[in-house]
Write a protein that binds this ligand. Structure first.
Ligand code: ATP
Ligand code: MG
Length: 174
């Protein structure tokens, strides 16, 4: 029992400010879709999902992230979409800036270097608006400009089980 490892479910994300959060919450309510709204406090754009890792790995990836170049990231959320298999409705950029992709790749690299098995699927930047979606009208929307003020490391839930998010660390992007 004394050898039980402290495990945490963590991911890096872009974190909207309150104004954008409100805007996204409104958008999620107005969607022509079924499903369940993501809580306003959870709205984010995942950059790199480390998953369930031992606590020392969390410390290491947070420390390594301090060394990254963190340029300002300007993106335009202009498209609603539906990922059918995970059954989510999302909003995202139809054309993502190179800086966003570079940041996501760097963070994945940091996680890999710390021994985390990362997903190899291509990075598809999106903000999840609803879950359990089986019907949805996808397509373009009036563009929402997002100059991301910060990147965060989030712990989801406790002990490796998903749940309410907690910001473990924040980094300004400028
Ligand atoms: P819940 O799972 O309780 O419904 P959640 O999906 O918000 O809530 P997590 O499962 O901890 O919480 O996921 C946190 C974030 O990481 C979400 O944006 C989720 O889409 C993303 N994510 C989860 N699993 C993966 C994965 N295997 N690869 C990439 N991103 C993932
Ligand atoms: Mg999940």
């Amino acid at each position: 029992m004394s050898q039980e490892i402290d495990r945490r479910r963590v991911f890096f994300a872009l974190w909207p400010d309150d104004a954008l959060r409100d805007r996204l919450a409104r958008l999620s309510r107005e969607l022509r879709a079924n499903g369940r709204l993501v809580p306003v406090a959870h709205l984010h754009l995942t950059l790199a999902f480390a998953g369930v890792v031992p606590a020392p790995v969390v410390t290491r990836i947070a420390t390594d992230a301090n060394r990254l170049a963190r340029p300002a990231i300007r993106l335009t959320l202009d498209r609603l979409g539906h990922f059918r298999r995970p059954r989510i409705a999302w909003v995202g950029p139809s054309d993502a800036p190179a800086e966003l992709d570079a940041l996501a790749q760097s963070l994945s690299g940091i996680c890999r270097d710390a021994g985390v098995a990362m997903d190899d699927r291509p990075f598809r930047p999106h903000v999840t608006l609803r879950r359990f979606v089986t019907r949805m009208a996808s397509g373009p929307i009036e563009p929402i400009a997002w100059v991301a003020p910060e990147m965060v490391l989030i712990e989801s839930g406790r002990g490796g089980h998903p749940g309410p998010y907690r910001v473990l660390q924040r980094w300004r992007l400028a």
